[in-house]
Design a protein around this ligand. Sequence first.
Ligand code: PLP
Length: 437
Amino acid sequence: MSLDNKVIQSKNDKFVAKTQQIPYSPVAFEKGEGAVLFDHDGKKYIDFLSSACSANLGHGNKEIADAVRDQMYNITQYTFAYFNTEPPVLLAEELAKLPTGASDNKVLFSATGSAAIDSAIKISRGFTGRTKLISMIGAYHGSTFGALSLSALSINMRKSLGPLVPEVYHFRYPDSEHSWQECIDEMKDAFNHYLPADEVAAIFIEPVAGDMGLVIPPKEWIQELRNICDEHGILLVSDEIQLGLCRTGKWFALDNFDVKADLYVLGKSVGGGLPLGAVVGRQEIMDKLDAPAHVFTLAGNTTVCVSALKSLEILKRIDANKLSVEKGQYLERKIENLRERFPFIGEIRGLGLSIGVDIINPETKEKDPTATAKICYECFKRGLILIFINQSTLRVQPPLVIEYEQIDEAVKILEEVMEDFSNGKISDDVLSEIKGW
Ligand SMILES: Cc1ncc(COP(=O)(O)O)c(C=O)c1O
């Protein structure tokens, strides 16, 4: 028995607390294969969102499904809090080697990306004995109290929840309006006036600011942050939850900037589609917290770790980093071609198969949230899952296994939608349905 989209949405409206969803479209997916999805009304879509980068290998992967089923037939999980099972230990070994190839790293599991950010906060404070934390305006690190305290993306996320975790200081992320030098100067100014650098435990960064609009900072900014950390004994924490694991053509997004972090935080895709977060860092940092300062019954879940191991094996086998770069360049070129015809396409920021496309008012060059919402809504209607972030940036992050013909098909849909938008054929009525962030 299968319900249709409408019934599922009406049950959602009645029974699901609304705070956990960002309203885009009342579609419910029933199945998927690679980069293709089918909803409960049998309609087909191409996925340009990869389940918010939690499905880098696409949908319906039978190899992962078989591995998960085999594990569940044996033992679904036994809590890692008290006893070993094999998969989390093997996964820790694999993840430990990812940042440098060296095996002197250790891994701390959690059940989600946000919880892994909280782990990194605890580890940073525990290791340094310091309390203060730095993150960036526009950052999104998650929704637990710790991760939310680091985030500064949307006021609605923080309203009426306080007090949040204290001693978090936010600074500017470099973008079209703020040079990397200004951003560094702002931080150094704070160090000179009110924020003693030697009381700062960690600087948290997204190497590419995901939900802020897939903003790619200059290398110099990240390298200077590394210098600041080295000078003051601060840990540099790279939030790789959205853009890690081959999305940008590297295992870690930070690798694009020739900088190493002290802690890498993984989530989303790391579980091969099942819930998992992980922090990876050097042994002396990771082992500073005594047990049981950070114990969770279901973190390092046996079956989830099997899924993660299989997913890592596949990413390596298919050379996902290479695919990401090649397909990313192909898709970015196609979007650049569209820009020649549609002046409301502004900046295009691509790194691997992660491309942010700004939609602007061609006259004022300002953001155009209405145009963006209309384009996304019409894309859903015509079979392309494409959402926007930061009000007016199209978030283009298809599964790394998307086929070239599917990219062509998706861009054709986007082109037709943009053509109709240019000709005033998309009515304002759609704005009542699509809200976004
Ligand atoms: C960069 C980044 N960090 C952290 C998170 C939080 O991860 P999760 O939603 O799995 O808790 C997200 C989710 O969107 C993210 O994009």
